[in-house]
Design a protein around this ligand. Structure first.
Ligand SMILES: Nc1ncnc2c1ncn2[C@@H]1O[C@H](COP(=O)(O)OP(=O)(O)OP(=O)(O)O)[C@@H](O)[C@H]1O
Ligand SMILES: [Mg+2]
Length: 356
């Protein structure tokens, strides 16, 4: 992609391996990984271009583009796809579809999510020309946040089912629990056959690439070992290491220890976790720290007694703990791994809580 940043480390092999699985018969795959692990950048700069290289048409749809209105997100994604590669269709889009879209949206003060069929019609335009299509749905877990979106899920399901010869789909999400919820609830074709695939962390080659880039731009060398340590310490998040190197370049800092100190002074990566922690109720904090992190069983008389003492209450029941777990789940803090196993959605937040 021509607007890919110079800092983008290409993950072509991974993209090709996913495409191969789709060619081999999977209709859809679902990738989920923690926040800021590089999913979006991968879809836009690696998977999309690789699919195009194989002759597929692609559309990127992000359900966070307008959180209240997933239908809008779909129509926007389709419009961008058509604009970028189908001049013939764009005329049709402009003449017919945008008028229709306008009518739909002006019909009511309520948003277009009320009209999932319009999302279906937009997607239909994508499959009008012959040839394969790859749909990339980002932040798919968002569809599980509101029962009002269920009709849209059904529309998507019908679309994918009807066009399964021509269309492949990739779903990406950051909330494992929400994704599981959609998977479980929507047993029918939408997610049937969607295989959960792993999204591996980037490794040493990524760091080598970044350092070479830094050298290119500044003519300065940075220590590989130290860079790898920082990368690992911050949970292999590409965001932090790239942001750090860019800051160092801007500020003319050519030593990683100094750079890190400067960076942490400006932005504390833990701020986000502190804020989340402080937003939690006391009991929820205790459940996380003294039960989950400590590895105690949630539903056990000894645990109830411990909570009772910590909270200074007369009694703590199973129901109290259950409500707490439910709240933590709704806030995407905890994730149900099945068989009553509750784990942190984010390893970084778990690490943060462990240090408290
Ligand atoms: N392949 C890559 N090469 C270089 N930097 C990358 C790469 N992938 C991600 N990054 C860096 O990490 C940042 C976060 O990536 P991205 O937004 O794709 O993550 P994400 O997993 O989609 O996060 P979220 O769950 O919050 O949407 C990017 O802005 C970029 O700086
Ligand atoms: Mg993203």
């Amino acid at each position: 992609m021509n607007n890919t940043s110079k800092w983008h480390y290409p993950r072509t092999e991974l993209a090709l391996s996913y495409l191969k699985q789709l060619e081999a018969g999977l209709n859809s795959i679902a990738i989920f990984a923690e926040r800021r692990k590089g999913k979006t950048e991968f879809l836009r700069d690696d998977l999309g271009p690789a699919a195009k290289g194989k002759g597929l048409r692609t559309a990127y749809i992000n359900f966070w583009e307008r959180k209240s209105d997933p239908v809008y997100c779909i129509t926007q994604g389709v419009r961008r796809a058509i604009e970028s590669d189908s001049p013939r269709l764009i005329r049709k889009w402009k003449n017919e579809f945008s008028v229709k879209l306008g009518v739909f949206q002006s019909k009511t003060t309520v948003d277009a999510s009320q009209y999932p069929e319009i999302a279906g019609e937009a997607l239909d335009m994508l499959v009008t020309p012959k040839g394969g299509v790859l749909l990339m749905f980002d932040e798919i877990q968002h569809l599980a946040t509101d029962p009002a979106f269920e009709e849209l899920i059904a529309t998507l399901r019908t679309f994918l089912d009807t066009n399964k010869k021509q269309v492949r789909a990739v779903f990406t999400g950051s909330s494992q629990d929400r994704l599981n919820k959609i998977f479980r609830r929507q047993k029918a074709a939408f997610y049937q056959g969607a295989s959960l695939v792993e999204f591996p962390n980037m490794g040493e080659n990524f760091i080598i690439f970044l350092l070479a880039n830094f050298h290119d731009l500044t003519n300065r060398k940075l220590q590989k070992k130290k860079s790898l340590e920082i990368f690992a310490e911050y949970n292999y998040s590409p965001f932090l290491i790239v942001d750090l190197l860019q800051t160092m370049m801007r500020e003319g800092i050519y030593n990683l220890d100094k750079g890190m100190a400067y960076y942490l002074d400006l932005n504390d990566p833990e701020d986000e976790w502190k804020e989340l922690w402080e937003s939690l109720k006391l009991i929820d904090q205790l459940v996380l720290k003294d039960i989950i992190v400590a590895g105690l069983p949630l539903y056990h008389v000894d645990t109830y007694a411990l909570m009772r003492d910590k909270l200074g209450l007369d009694k703590v029941t199973r129901g109290i703990i259950q409500s707490s777990v439910k709240r933590l789940r709704e806030q995407s803090v905890l994730n149900n791994e099945g068989h009553g196993q509750w784990v942190f959605e984010s390893k970084m937040f778990k690490d943060f809580v462990s240090t408290l």
